[in-house]
Design a protein around this ligand. Structure first.
Ligand code: PMP
Length: 430
């Protein structure tokens, strides 16, 4: 593996070389929403479309065989990325879906939906992304399942102990985020798995942020969870492909939520039998180009030292958090600037500037940050907020990007602070 140099890495991402306004080069600080794509991904997708644009599992001509081979190889690449010691053997645990949201819906509807009953409990946290909350809420409404939420502690931290405190013998599912897209902090997957096992609960980990931001454990520690979900686009892959990884026995137990071609063993007019996982969950033409693109993104990232990348993103976010917290009238969301387990994400609010105004102001400086509730309305409400601003870092960001962030926030504070009354009238609210 090559050493890691963020400047050199940035060169591989065409979108990062844009100007967003005349004389304003892009400073991209929104990788938690979606990551830019390296040239290798664009090339892999183009190659599929140009050279072997065939459907998979359906033809015996050369193009169909090449497409099938590339699509199936992408599964093994994902299994290896998650730390599998036997990627080919574990490939059948990897289900390609549309995104992390669909993966989590497949677990809630296809697995839990036919097993949980009134009185059974699902443990979540107050920091879940809506993708790992709404499907469970739907289940609660349909089947009378009770949802329990691990809360933040007095300092605004989400801890393993808080999850432990709401788990009981009634818990059948523990569905939690591996890394909060708002707090930017992680929960230890290995301890969650042990906790789930101790009460016989299935452990579902939303890896949407963690997959790209935490170095994968060696020997597949994440793969011990019953289900893992993440999206390709946050790793630099194309949009339109996500991954559900399940333990083999769990996938056997899961009912498909989509029916159609490719997922059946036999169809009669009065009966259907499914084929084996993972194909059982991939009805219709799957995201072929996208899965191939995701594998290219993983191969690209795999050239670099993941521990070094994670440390780099962590250092940038910690520096941003420290410098933002030191500004008058700026508060971090949820946790202090000294959080060592902050992984590349910092959310904050300015007393005098609405996050939407701030994001618009920053955009005029070329700085792309996110504003809103980031699909975490309950967490914002829990903290007495309606919205926040969020800066998130990728391996291609560097200290100059943090400088630009701090400079644009400073200038917004100076401008909006002085004209607070007028701005408040004209500003949009969510
Ligand atoms: N979970 C977390 C923690 C996320 O950050 C996101 C994306 N913002 C999702 C789930 C959902 O991902 P997608 O929109 O790609 O389905």
């Amino acid at each position: 593996r090559r050493g890691f140099d963020s400047r050199a890495m940035r060169a591989a991402f065409p979108a990062l070389h844009r100007e967003v306004h005349p004389g304003k080069p892009l400073v991209y600080l929104d990788s938690a929403a979606t990551a830019p794509k390296p040239q290798a991904v664009l090339d892999a997708v183009r190659r599929y479309d140009a050279e072997f644009p065939a459907n998979v599992h359906r033809g015996i001509h050369t193009l169909a065989e090449e497409a099938t081979e590339a699509y199936e190889a992408a599964r093994a690449t994902v299994a290896a990325w998650l730390g599998s010691t036997d990627p080919l053997g574990d490939a059948s645990r990897v289900v390609f879906v549309k995104n992390a949201t669909e993966a989590l819906n497949l677990v809630a509807l296809g697995w839990a939906g036919s097993r949980l009953e009134k009185g059974d409990e699902v443990v979540l946290t107050v920091a879940e992304h809506h993708a790992n909350l709404v499907p469970w809420r739907m289940l609660a409404e349909r089947r009378g399942v009770t949802l329990r939420y691990a809360d933040l502690d007095a300092e605004g931290r989400l801890t393993f102990e808080a999850v432990e405190a709401v788990v009981s013998e009634r818990t059948l599912v523990l569905a939690v985020t591996g890394l909060s897209n708002i707090l930017g902090t992680s929960l230890p997957v290995d301890r969650l798995v042990a906790l789930g096992r101790s009460v016989g609960a299935a452990v579902v980990v939303d890896l949407a942020q963690a997959a790209g931001r935490l170095p994968a454990p060696v020997n597949g520690g994440w793969l011990e969870a019953d289900f893992l979900a993440f999206s390709g686009h946050k790793l630099g892959g194309p949009t339109g492909v996500g991954v559900l990884v399940g333990r083999p026995e769990r996938l056997e137990e899961t009912e498909p939520i989509l029916g159609g071609g490719g997922m059946i063993a036999r169809v009669d007019l009065d009966a259907v039998t499914w084929t084996e996982p993972p194909h059982k969950f991939e009805a219709g033409t799957p995201p072929i180009a996208q899965a191939i693109g995701l594998a290219a993104a993983i191969d690209f990232l795999d050239q670099f030292d993941r521990v070094a990348i994670a440390a780099h993103e962590q250092r940038l976010a910690q520096r941003a958090a420290r410098e933002l917290a030191a500004l008058d009238g700026v508060r971090l969301v949820g946790a202090g600037a000294d959080r060592v387990e902050r992984h590349g994400i910092v959310s904050f609010v300015c007393d005098a500037v609405h996050p939407h105004d701030l994001a618009q102001w920053a955009d005029a400086d070329g700085v792309a940050i996110r504003a809103g509730h980031h699909c975490g309305q309950p967490l914002h409400r829990r903290l007495g907020l309606t919205a926040s601003a969020r800066a998130s870092f990728g391996p291609y960001n560097d200290d100059a990007d943090v400088d630009c962030l701090i400079a644009t926030v400073r200038s917004a504070l100076a401008r909006f602070g002085r004209h607070r009354a007028t701005v408040a009238v004209g500003s949009h609210r969510i």
